[in-house]
Design a protein around this ligand. Structure first.
Ligand code: ATP
Ligand code: MG
Length: 407
């Protein structure tokens, strides 16, 4: 008798020495939380000798389960596996069943057996298992057109003897890797509906940070289309479990005020500085330790080194820029992979296009920036922005500090 499980691997965590069990437990909790809202039934996630497993009640839903778990930070791979006893005959029969299910319906094909034995009390070593299970499979399938191939076989039959059971699989889904959510503190990510900042946020989630998104919309000077897109992008990012919530601040009137006070060429830098100050204040109230942006050096006028420095100076909190050295092509590919790209390229009325000067400053000089900044009543603008914040919850488990009163 066998049951169907997802067998979850995580490499990087294994390197963490004494912290390993803390990380494992965190990942286990995150996977359990992810499965709570799934549309199918599973057991709770169990830890066994350096791996995690979860039993899927209806085997036809095991692949869906694996897809879901593969998106959780910390997971390097998820295999859909048969869990059986360590009885040799049962192992051989189950491996044959798995191979037949994975084999093409017609024509010849190749396979290879790859085994791992974590339980040293098992009488055969992994070389023996490879050879003997392989011979059994070949004898049973050679007339069906099967052959053994060591390099790039069509079907890889994985046999793992771990903690009193055997796990046999032919389907493995690559996970996103990284570290479990919650192991790297909280961050506030300045999230537009563009291509870059969702990718930057995703990278931080992948590294274990709980991300709080902050979007500035052009409302009431624009409609709410950018907000709706950001919320849709949030749904995609939330599959990792690392997006706690998205804050939306209507920024249109504030931009209008700034545009009436400072000279056109420095407007964009003023908007950006103010966004950062607001983000810093929000981060402090939510116990977040750093800000994230999707900036990439020199990509657009506002992202020259001089302008990055000019905006950076407005805050004390560290600003992390996960994309600073990435080319647009790389970012676009990643956005496609994450699933945010098709949303990001939709047209939206964004605050970025509001009150834009014809020729923004590309190499802002600190003295000019400081002089323009002094013209603004920053405290009043920040307070008004924070008073109008709207909150969209994505993962209440990591939401934590709801009160914005101390901003
Ligand atoms: P993106 O694709 O992330 O919008 P971009 O290439 O359009 O980036 P900019 O418009 O210069 O570049 O924005 C730089 C960064 O400033 C963004 O990556 C994002 O972190 C932040 N940002 C820009 N607009 C907004 C906004 N409306 N709300 C929140 N953050 C924003
Ligand atoms: Mg943008």
């Amino acid at each position: 008798m066998s049951s169907t499980v997802c067998f979850i691997s995580f490499h990087e965590l294994a390197l963490k020495g004494r912290n390993r069990s803390v990380f494992e437990r965190r990942l286990q909790g995150n996977l359990d939380a992810c499965l709570e809202s799934a549309s199918f039934e599973t057991s709770r996630v169990k830890r066994i000798a350096g791996s995690l497993t979860v039993a899927v009640h209806d085997p036809s839903q095991a692949e869906e389960c694996a897809q879901l778990l593969a998106q959780i930070p910390g997971v390097t791979a998820v295999a859909v596996a048969y869990k059986t006893s360590r009885d040799w005959e049962v192992i051989c029969d189950t491996a044959l069943q798995a191979l037949r299910e994975a084999a093409p319906e017609q024509g010849s094909y190749t396979f290879k057996v790859d085994s791992r034995r974590s339980s040293t009390d098992f009488p055969k070593n992994s070389m023996d298992i490879n050879r003997e299970v392989g011979a059994h499979l070949l004898a049973a399938t050679i007339d069906e057109g099967a052959g053994v191939r060591m390099k790039n076989p069509d079907v890889l039959v994985s046999v793992k003897i771990v903690g009193g059971f055997t796990y046999i699989s032919t389907k493995k889904i690559k996970g996103i890797g990284g570290l479990p959510t919650g192991s790297s503190g909280r961050t506030v990510s300045l999230l537009s509906s563009g291509i870059d900042s969702p990718v930057a946020s995703f990278r931080m989630m992948k590294r274990g940070s709980v991300v709080l998104g902050l979007h500035f919309s052009g409302r009431p000077q624009t409609n709410d289309s950018s907000e709706r897109l950001v919320i849709d992008i949030g749904e995609v990012l939330a599959r990792t479990g690392g997006l706690a919530r998205i804050y939306v601040i209507p920024f249109g009137d504030i931009q209008r005020e700034i545009a009436g006070i400072v000279e056109p060429s420095l407007r964009v830098i003023m908007y950006r500085r103010l966004m950062l100050v607001i983000a810093e204040r929000l981060a402090q109230s939510q116990k977040a330790k750093a800000l994230i942006t999707g900036e990439s050096l020199g990509q657009v006028a506002s992202q020259t080194l001089d302008n990055i420095v000019a905006t950076n100076e407005a805050v004390e909190m560290p600003i992390l820029r996960p994309l600073i050295g990435s080319d647009k092509d790389e970012i676009v590919n990643e956005a496609r992979h994450i699933g945010s790209f098709d949303l990001s390229i939709q047209d939206a009325e964004d605050c970025c296009t509001l009150f834009m000067p014809r020729s923004p400053e590309t190499h802002a000089r600190p003295k000019q920036v400081a002089a323009s900044w002094d013209l603004l009543d920053v405290e009043d603008l920040v307070q008004r922005a924070l008073d109008s914040v709207e909150v969209h919850e994505f993962n209440p488990r990591f939401g934590g500090h709801k009160s914005l009163r101390n901003c």
